[in-house]
Design a protein around this ligand. Structure first.
Ligand SMILES: Cc1cc2nc3c(=O)[nH]c(=O)nc-3n(C[C@H](O)[C@H](O)[C@H](O)COP(=O)(O)O)c2cc1C
Length: 245
């Protein structure tokens, strides 16, 4: 069976984690955003909004996120008393949703697999804490992508708003891929809300669910990493289909 152009496009999209500084031309970015409106949504409500930052605004956001990240290093290193210190100093992450959550037991192995695969691909040893911190910090810089994006969902239409935002974001990513623009979703950026509020007037009812990066991949080894792509899990039927006899 030969792959359709759509299959090729969908397969070619992958998360890029190191970007060239070259900006995405404004007309290309506009066209990508315009394509994203073709995503379906719950009762056509499009219960999400997107903020885009480039240039100096994106650089201010990177600096603010790195500062927040570095404030949490002790907690991430599980240093004794660090959680209490974080609470007392008012440095608890102010994201709308808890990002640092333990994965359900059946899903955790997949997350571990992609995490260890990525770090191995980057040549970062498990015990090399400084290198691991730096790799995590790079998320906060949106991997130096020229475009930083933020997706907000309407709190009054959850969980469907989150579903719709995902449909929109993948449409946007594929629209980007079709124009040679690379992407990475950045849930890490939803750990903190303050940096975004300092730059954008986000309507009251909207909650930050994820960030993302857009730009052009550089030739860093990390971009050669490919996450496993398992087939969709199809829920087994309780009894054989009538036609199957
Ligand atoms: C909502 C969402 C948030 C994500 N957040 C991050 C992130 O913070 N950092 C990161 O490096 N990758 C992030 N990713 C990328 C996933 O790790 C990636 O999609 C997955 O490993 C599959 O790889 P692929 O995108 O290359 O197919 C995120 C993906 C999604 C959908």
């Amino acid at each position: 069976m030969t792959a359709t152009p759509f299959t090729e496009l969908a397969a070619s999209r992958h998360s890029v984690r190191s970007f060239r500084p070259d900006p995405v031309p404004a007309d290309v970015l506009d066209a990508i955003v315009d394509d994203a409106r073709h995503a379906p949504s719950w009762s056509n409500t499009r219960p999400y909004q997107v903020a885009l930052a480039t240039g100096a605004r994106a650089d201010r956001l990177r600096a603010a996120y790195v500062e927040r990240f570095d404030q949490t290093l002790d907690v991430q290193h599980k240093k004794r008393g660090s959680m209490a210190r974080m609470v007392l100093t008012g440095k608890i992450p102010d994201g709308d949703y808890p990002v640092w959550r333990r994965y359900p037991a059946d899903l955790r192995p997949r997350s571990v697999e992609v995490g260890t695969g990525l770090y191995a691909h980057m040549g970062i040893a498990r015990e090399d804490r400084a290198a691991r911190d730096e790799a995590a910090r790079a998320n906060c810089r949106a991997f130096n992508a020229p475009v930083m994006g933020f997706v907000f969902v309407h709190k009054g239409l959850m969980p469907f708003a989150a579903l719709d935002a995902g449909l929109m974001l993948q449409t946007l990513f594929l629209a980007a891929a079709s124009r040679g623009v690379d992407s990475c979703a950045l849930g890490t950026l939803a750990t903190w809300r303050g940096p975004v509020d300092a730059e954008f007037d986000v309507p009251d009812d909207y909650r930050l669910i994820t960030g993302f990066a857009l730009g052009y991949a550089d030739d860093a080894p990390v971009n050669g990493f490919r996450a496993p792509r398992r087939p969709l899990v199809l829920v087994p039927a309780k009894r054989p289909d009538e036609q199957e006899g």
